[in-house]
Design a protein around this ligand. Structure first.
Ligand code: AMP
Ligand code: MG
Length: 404
């Protein structure tokens, strides 16, 4: 039996980052959640032109040096410069332009008097206060110079990166693509959602659940399909999916029964191993490759499948995506005792108390308990040596909401 940490390390070490792709920067909305493969350097200066930081009047600061509330300086207004004005304008000494925030400063102007310091005139204006040269002026290039690195390689693209990415005049950026995850549910007892369920049959809930988890974690779902309980059926499904998917996850058929198709198909393969991991749920696990594509064979009980996806498949897929594989956890105190099997690291379904820092167990901890799974908000991590989780103890927990 492997410890949980040993197996998780093995899973993470078994994969590497996908090859980078060049993608149009204009498609940045699709690129969020991806990691940059190299640094992004600006092709332009930002701001791209010297412009006004205020609504007001573009002036030569020296012309309004003596302006005060009591004795304003009056001058002619040459015209308006709204934002988006593409004219090349000049300022003649002794006059001003009325200018809006973001509009290009006319040549010759060195400051903007904010409108609140004036009478707001359009033909002539009274300036009621002096300003220093540079006041309310955003200089070309004061933010970014051509050639400056605006994003380091390895940046996980977030909404806050969008403005700079779209402004630096770079048509394409190199990113690691979202891993394409294919899902295969094994089991002759399974029927597709929406189909009638006969005695002895169950709805294939793992396929859709694993697909949903993959999407929620920021991966692409290549395909979700079912395969029956024969070695031939799963071999066939996996070799087809290996052509298009970056990672395949299967559910079921890895435990100790007489008809375990994943084991029957791959037990003798040099590219596969089936192991027992000292954890609950999720003890039987399979890991391997088909035509070079990583395959993670998860146990079929829905709770085991979900826990195994979050602890093994998601970290591996994050490695493919160039992201940090670590599973995010928070600390919580225990509000109600429960027991944990000796020698196995437990991932107990829990709910948070009102303040969000205290947890209590929910439902039975059986791997088939779907109601308890739906009601749970987090997985509390109970160390293998612990058999009784006591009130007041502090545990690390994996929140089940906001997995991306
Ligand atoms: P297995 O790991 O194949 O032995 O399956 C363990 C349990 O999980 C059995 O009760 C199966 O019926 C159930 N199970 C397996 N696959 C699925 C699935 N895709 N959806 C729902 N239940 C499943
Ligand atoms: Mg089965």
């Amino acid at each position: 039996m492997l410890t949980f940490d040993e197996y998780q390390q093995r899973v993470i070490a078994s994969v590497g980052p996908l090859p980078a792709q060049r993608r149009p920067t204009a498609e940045v909305a699709d690129l969020l959640g991806m990691v940059t493969a190299e640094s992004v350097r600006s092709a332009v200066a930002l701001p791209g032109f010297t412009n006004s930081a205020m609504d007001g009047y573009a002036v030569v600061a020296a012309d309004v040096q003596r302006a005060t509330e009591e004795s304003p300086v009056e001058m002619p207004v040459a015209g308006d410069i709204p934002a988006g004005d593409t004219r090349q304008l000049e300022l003649s000494a002794g006059s001003c332009w009325r200018i809006m925030t973001g509009a290009p400063l006319p040549t010759g102007a060195d400051a903007v008097v904010q409108v609140e310091l004036t009478d707001g005139g359009t033909e002539r204006v009274q300036i009621r206060g002096a300003v220093d040269a540079g006041t309310a002026v955003r200089r070309q290039g004061e933010d970014v110079q051509p050639g400056d690195e605006v994003l380091a390689g390895g940046t996980l693209l977030q909404p806050r990166h969008v403005p700079v990415l779209l402004s630096v005049g770079v048509d394409e950026i190199a990113v690691l693509p979202r891993p394409r995850v294919a899902v295969v549910s094994t089991g002759d007892e399974l029927v597709s959602p929406g189909e009638p369920v006969a005695h002895g049959q169950v709805v294939d809930s793992n396929g859709p659940m694993l697909g949903a988890l993959a999407r929620e974690c920021g991966f692409e779902v290549a395909e979700v399909r079912r395969a029956g309980d024969t070695a031939e059926a799963v071999r066939q499904a996996l070799s087809e999916l290996a052509q298009t998917a970056d990672l395949i996850v299967t559910s079921g058929g890895v435990s100790a029964g007489a008809f375990e198709p994943m084991k029957l198909a791959f037990e003798d393969s040099d590219h596969f191993e089936f192991v027992k991991v000292a954890m609950q749920p999720g003890k039987p696990q399979g890991i391997g490759t088909v035509a070079g594509t990583p395959v993670f064979a998860l146990p079929g009980n829905p709770v085991s499948s979900l826990v195994s996806f979050l602890l093994f498949v998601a970290p591996a897929a994050r490695v493919l995506a160039g992201r940090d594989p670590a599973v995010p956890t928070v600390e919580a105190a225990v509000a109600e005792r429960w027991t944990s099997p000796p020698g196995r690291q437990q991932f107990a379904r829990v709910v948070f108390d009102e303040d969000g820092r205290v947890v209590r167990p929910i439902g039975g901890q059986g791997s088939h308990v779907l109601g308890g799974l739906a009601g749970s908000q987090a997985l509390a991590i109970v160390p293998a040596a612990t058999t009784e989780v006591a009130v007041g103890e502090t545990l690390r927990v994996i929140p089940l909401e906001g997995l991306a």
